[in-house]
Design a protein around this ligand. Structure first.
Ligand SMILES: NC(=O)c1ccc[n+]([C@@H]2O[C@H](COP(=O)([O-])OP(=O)(O)OC[C@H]3O[C@@H](n4cnc5c(N)ncnc54)[C@H](OP(=O)(O)O)[C@@H]3O)[C@@H](O)[C@H]2O)c1
Length: 299
């Protein structure tokens, strides 16, 4: 009987990538779950509707399936809305993680949780796993609080910090790369910031790193993100190269010109050396990630 993994938020961008890679590359028995009535993609595994902010629902599901690992891909991910919808953001990003901890503790399940570079202030990136967090947005504070809940819980856990996820999925929220492809394909000009630095990460590659981490039963904090640390503008230039788009459509702007409600860490980036040496995981660079996306899109 293969070990069982309960995947929460399986209808999201990362959740779908995890279902896709884990079902293709491993023998784990997967339980696909998300807050919606149905799974957006049929992977041939059990689907259950599971709202992780409902403590009793979580306990019941964990008691029933007895997963070896709870892979948490669910979250409130709208960074700007997190500034105004604080109660909901905290409920989904912090209280819900505590529900997973309570259920995991009873069943002895390992919890694998996803965090973000938004726990840093973006003054002195790139960051390694030992860098000191200092979130500057409410979303960042909620994600740091979720990390702290796990590190002080006494359960077996792994926290994976990642950043700027992109990729393809059914009904997923628009992401940076797909938005640009849509605009540039129809020759619409776009404004892209050149002062926000970090490593963009294709969701399938992160999912592959998560699988390695689970297979090796690693514990603690790991950065898993794309190989290249660069500005969003540099990423866009590579996207133009890979997809053959006209670079003249792309205008450089500054982050402050976007007037976003939530402040962003600007000089960020995640150093992935620990994951590379301990998991044997070689992240894709930007060109590889974009070529993979191009293939997925059927170009
Ligand atoms: N996207 C990024 O750039 C990025 C960067 C760094 C870290 N991360 C982290 O990576 C993880 C995955 O992000 P993602 O981009 O895949 O986000 P996503 O596409 O928004 O997926 C999150 C999923 O969680 C679901 N969900 C929301 N509330 C739930 C609940 N109470 N119970 C169960 N499911 C619930 C959402 O459903 P609805 O859509 O119906 O709300 C959605 O399907 C998150 O922890 C996020 O913080 C993301």
């Amino acid at each position: 009987m293969p070990d069982r993994i309960l995947i929460t938020g399986a209808n999201g961008l990362l959740g779908q990538a995890v279902m896709h890679i884990f079902s293709r590359e491993s023998d784990y028995e997967l339980i696909q779950s998300s807050v919606e009535e149905k799974g957006y993609v049929n992977f041939g595994s059990d689907y259950i509707k599971l709202d992780i902010s409902n403590k009793e629902e979580v306990k019941k599901a964990v008691k029933h399936y007895e997963p070896k690992v709870i892979m948490n891909c669910a979250a409130f991910t709208d960074v700007d809305k997190s500034e105004t919808e604080r109660e909901l953001c905290w409920k989904l990003n912090v209280d819900a993680v505590k529900n997973l901890i309570i259920a995991g503790r009873i069943n002895n399940s390992k919890i694998v949780h996803i965090s973000t570079d938004y726990i840093f202030d973006g003054k002195h990136g790139p960051y390694d796993e030992k860098s000191t967090p200092n979130p500057i947005s409410f979303y960042g504070r909620s994600k740091l609080a979720s990390e702290n809940a796990l590190t002080t819980s006494g359960v077996d856990y792994a926290i994976i910090r990642t950043m700027v996820l992109y990729g393809l999925g059914i009904n997923v929220k628009p992401n940076f790369a797909l938005w640009m492809i849509e605009k540039l394909k129809s020759k619409e000009p776009i404004n892209i910031v050149d002062d926000m630095i970090g490593n963009s990460t294709i969701a399938d590659d992160l999912a592959y790193g998560l699988l390695k981490l689970i297979e090796k039963n690693c514990r603690g904090v790991y950065n898993i993100a794309g190989r290249d640390i660069e500005s969003r503008y540099e990423f866009t230039m590579k996207l133009c190269d890979v997809f053959n788009f006209d670079k003249k459509l792309v205008k450089k702007i500054k982050t402050k010109d976007l007037n976003q409600p939530a402040p962003r860490p600007l000089n960020s980036g995640l150093i992935t050396l620990k994951a590379e040496s301990e998991l044997g995981f070689k992240p894709m660079d930007t060109i590889e990630g974009l070529r993979y996306l191009k293939y997925q899109l059927g170009y």
